[in-house]
Design a protein around this ligand. Structure first.
Ligand code: NCD
Ligand code: ZN
Length: 357
């Protein structure tokens, strides 16, 4: 790949959106939401609260809490999702989508990740919901990992494709589906082989780290998330997919804050908090791969096109001005948060919106 022209000092991009983020609730929501709203115009907000967001009323109330935490500013739009359970009601979901309350449904296999204990135990339990979603063209967002403890954790995404995902696509060939936070070359190939109704999000961290990062000189809880980072060859496959220009791959940070005490623990939580420097991280990756000209498609165009939403009309500016990522940022009264890239220097700095827009 060719190197970017050395003269590029300033990038002006159509404002990006984050198609997968955990904003949490209460004090944590108030601490983290500003980081996302600072760079992104819209975000698909994950519903894995305790208890999860399963009804229109839950989603509407959560949306108000998010906007309220931003002092009701009008330049950030949270897009709400419905958490699927074995008992999900196709009617509630269909009505919620048609009313514009839900943008999509999120499927967590039961026990796959943080707050997934009420997730779906057997995909056949939600076939009536998937039928309805296919009919009304409502997107399904998938956490694609099997939970069978007999399957090695590094193989759970590939086995999910084999055992579950291929079957969903066979039974619901027109279902608009996002394979969330993909981590393997297998997932890249699966998404590429599907129709235009199958796409994937890719996080900043899975583009930067492989599984060694969790064990570099000792156990590194801040590099632990689910799906867990895989071998280097998988990271390289993700980088090729993200920077390829294919409309099937788009930005989804999976920013997932947990207080430092919950990460640095004998049984630490899964999740990487990347919201503070997300767009800077993606910019560094795209530049390293000589693909800065494809960042805008990945960050700001492929997602809205897939979801059938208008492209943002505002722009953001990044300047070549190294930014040092702090070791910690404020969390709640119970602790701080460690951002992704803590202590590192990133080459591009987000400086705000383009003048006049
Ligand atoms: C997420 C969280 O903490 O909510 N954790 C993570 O490691 N990504 C849940 C998820 O998306 O799996
Ligand atoms: Zn997530």
């Amino acid at each position: 790949m060719s190197s970017p022209p050395v003269a590029v000092q300033r990038l002006v991009l159509r404002s990006p959106d984050d198609w997968h983020v955990h904003l949490r609730d209460r004090a944590m929501l108030r601490s983290v939401v500003g980081y996302t709203a600072r760079q992104f115009r819209r975000a698909i907000v994950m519903p894995n609260l305790v208890p999860p967001i399963t009804t229109m009323a839950d989603a509407a109330a959560y949306r108000s809490r998010i906007l309220n935490a931003l002092d009701d500013r009008d330049d950030f739009e949270p897009l709400m999702t419905c958490y699927l359970t074995d008992d999900s009601d196709p009617e509630e979901i269909g009505l919620g989508f048609e009313a514009g309350v839900f943008t999509a449904c999120k499927l967590y296999p039961a026990h796959a990740t943080t707050n997934a204990h009420q997730g779906v135990t057997d995909i056949r339990r939600i076939y009536p919901v998937l039928e309805r979603m296919q009919r009304i063209d409502m997107p399904l967002l998938l956490h694609g990992e099997v939970t069978d403890p007999a399957i090695d954790i590094f193989d759970r995404e590939a086995v999910f494709i084999e055992r579950v995902f291929s079957r969903i696509m066979m039974d619901f060939p027109a279902l608009r589906t996002v394979f969330e936070h993909i981590t393997t070359a297998d997932a890249v190939a699966f998404v590429e082989s599907g129709g235009p109704n199958l796409a994937a999000t890719i996080t900043p961290h899975h583009l930067c780290i492989n599984r060694n990062a969790m064990f570099a000189g000792g156990l590194r809880p801040h590099a632990y998330c689910l799906p867990v980072a895989k071998r280097e060859r998988h990271r390289l496959a993700l980088r090729r997919a993200a920077t390829s220009g294919s409309p099937k791959f788009f930005l989804g940070t999976d920013s997932a804050p947990h207080l430092i005490g919950q990460k640095e623990s004998a049984c630490g939580c899964a999740g990487i908090f990347n919201a503070p420097y997300a767009i800077e991280s993606y910019a560094a990756t795209f530049e390293e791969d000589g693909a800065l000209d494809r960042l805008e498609g990945f960050a700001s165009e492929h997602g809205p096109r897939f979801y059938g939403l208008p492209l943002n009309t505002t722009s953001i500016v990044l300047e070549r001005d190294p930014v040092v990522v702090p070791e910690r940022v404020a969390g709640t009264s119970e602790g701080e948060l460690v951002p992704f890239h803590a202590g590192e220097t990133l080459p591009w700095r987000f400086t705000g919106f383009a003048p006049g827009e």
